[in-house]
Ligand binder design. Structure first.
Ligand SMILES: Cc1ncc(COP(=O)(O)O)c(C=O)c1O
Length: 515
């Protein structure tokens, strides 16, 4: 039942009382003014659930924002904000001003495609999956699509040169660590992580990244993906808002959403996240997810001025900064900029690092550096999630770092990636003309090839998949659709062999010529 503070409406084209909503589908939206969750977020959540539970099907028209705002007695701008977010996340089709309809993409990408399988009716009671699982956890598509296969096709992004990883050396260290571990290390491990590894990481961060920290501030996680999930669970409550970069790293965004966090898409320009825009959009945000060393996906380095204003804002507003430092070790010419963490005097920054890019993703090891009190809370949450990360590979990694192999491997990879980036840019210029717009940093394992406005990057990516190319269309990485995102492709080169780059550019050229 709706409480006095709650308003809900049922709408149906057969109902007589719903003026102005004829022809629209049944929709129940409830808003609770006493709840902590912002009203726009509640409206968004109700509609996501209706889609997830199959109450709103593909193509179903929604009421107009005017009608919905009137019936719920909320400002129209609140409903517009909810619809904008639904559109940005692919739940609804259309531009503003026309009838909003449930997008076919919503069903495919955001809901369990076989919801009927899990909603089992027994003695009249429906067993349903959670609203969280029906929404963001469905992103980005079916499970099989989350695994892109073991052999990277050109231009798979974010995969290092796996064929040049020193597997024999790792194997020897593994055998040695295994013998050394027996039998004492076969028990449950420390949720904070293996102490020698935490010490080795602290030492590395002090010398390579100018971060002053010790092992008490470090928690070993299953990659940075677990770090973001744990940070959200420890630092945020459902309904809190987080700034995220737009365009940005969709997997981290999905994790925040799965934790019930409202995303505030803050634009990114040539200086990185636009802090002033973020303040304008959501002063009350509790969390800022940012990739300052090399923005994902645009590759820009956050300027010193933006870093200062972000830190100042976070300190004064009480927001946490989650600094995802995922690939700053891969710098070709200079040292990476010092992390925000190293400049923070107030303890509001958490620094996440990963070994997925410099070593290999299957290792599933990363870390979070945080003030001691926060690190302890994170470790307790880690204990609830999976007790501790596996001991054996932590032990091997600790030796790999301590014995100098880590630094040597990074140095080798930097030279390799720099060569591959130069080759890719040369090939693209030769194939597509010297004036192509390529944004590259002297760092990393991918770059952006901007396309002319009239070329639909998503169509190019779909056509590319059919001829053996892995292309990420930039437009799919934007949450805001207005203004229309620029068209472009994210091209990975780090894990792609030279000959495959040559073949890949030839295929890309013919795709673009016929686009
Ligand atoms: C921005 C960003 N953070 C982190 C990661 C790595 O995640 P993980 O450490 O969980 O493998 C990636 C990988 O693509 C990434 O792009």
């Amino acid at each position: 039942m709706a409480s006095p503070a709650t308003r809900g409406i049922g709408m149906n084209d057969h109902m007589h009382k719903g003026a102005g909503i004829a022809g629209r589908t049944i929709l129940h939206v409830a808003v609770d003014r006493r709840a902590r969750t912002p009203l726009a977020q509640q409206i968004y959540g109700s509609i996501v659930s209706a889609i997830g539970e199959g109450r709103l099907r593909t193509g179903a028209p929604l009421p107009s924002t005017r009608a919905l705002s009137r019936d719920l007695a909320v400002a129209r701008s609140t409903v517009v904000a909810a619809f904008d977010q639904l559109r940005a996340e692919g739940f609804l089709d259309n531009g503003r001003g026309r009838v909003a309809r449930v997008s076919p993409r919503a069903i495919r990408t955001h809901t369990n495609p076989r919801a009927d399988d899990v909603v089992v009716k027994r003695s009249g009671r429906a067993l349903t999956i959670s609203r969280r699982a029906n929404g963001p956890v469905g992103f980005p598509g079916d499970l099989a699509a989350l695994f892109a296969g073991h052999t990277p096709r050109p231009f798979r992004s974010g995969v290092p040169a796996l064929d040049l990883f020193p597997v024999d050396l790792w194997g020897r260290l593994l055998a040695r660590a295994w013998k050394r571990s027996l039998p004492s290390s076969l028990g449950y491990g420390d949720p904070r992580g293996y102490l020698p590894l935490r010490r080795a990481i602290a030492q590395y961060l002090r010398s390579a990244r100018g971060v002053s920290c010790d092992e008490e501030q470090i928690v070993i996680c299953s990659g940075s993906q677990q770090a973001i999930d744990l940070a959200a669970r420890v630092l945020l409550d459902e309904g809190d808002q987080a700034w995220v970069e737009d365009p940005g790293y969709v997997v981290a965004q999905a994790s925040l959403r799965a934790n019930g966090i409202g995303l505030v898409p803050v634009p990114v320009d040539s200086q990185g996240m636009d802090v002033r825009a973020g303040i304008r959009m959501a002063r009350a945000a509790k969390f800022i997810y940012v990739t300052p060393a090399r923005q994902v996906p645009l590759g820009v380095v956050m300027s010193a001025a933006r870093r200062r204003s972000l830190l100042a804002w976070a300190a004064s507003s009480g927001a946490w900064i989650f600094e995802d430092d995922y690939d700053s070790d891969i710098q070709f010419a200079s040292r990476p900029p010092r992390p925000l963490y190293a400049r923070d005097a107030t303890g509001c920054v958490l620094l996440a690092g990963t070994f997925s890019k410099v070593l290999f993703p299957a290792l599933r090891l990363g870390y979070l550096v945080a003030p001691v009190r926060v690190a302890q809370a994170i470790a307790r949450m880690k204990h609830l999630a999976d007790i501790a990360s596996p001991h054996l590979h932590q032990a091997v990694l600790a030796d790999f770092i301590a014995e100098g192999h880590f630094e040597r491997h990074i140095r080798r990879m930097r030279v390799l990636y720099q060569g591959r980036q130069e080759l890719l840019v040369r090939l693209l210029r030769k194939a597509l003309g010297p004036s192509i717009d390529v944004s590259r940093a002297d760092a990393g394992m991918n770059l952006v090839l901007w396309l002319p406005r009239n070329i639909d990057d998503a169509q190019v990516a779909d056509a590319g998949a059919a001829v053996g190319l892995d292309l990420i269309p930039l437009s799919r990485l934007y949450l805001q659709r207005d203004p229309r995102p620029r068209s472009g492709l994210l091209l990975g080169f780090g894990g792609i062999r030279e000959q495959d780059l040559v073949d890949g550019v030839a295929k890309l050229e013919s795709l673009l010529r016929s686009a």
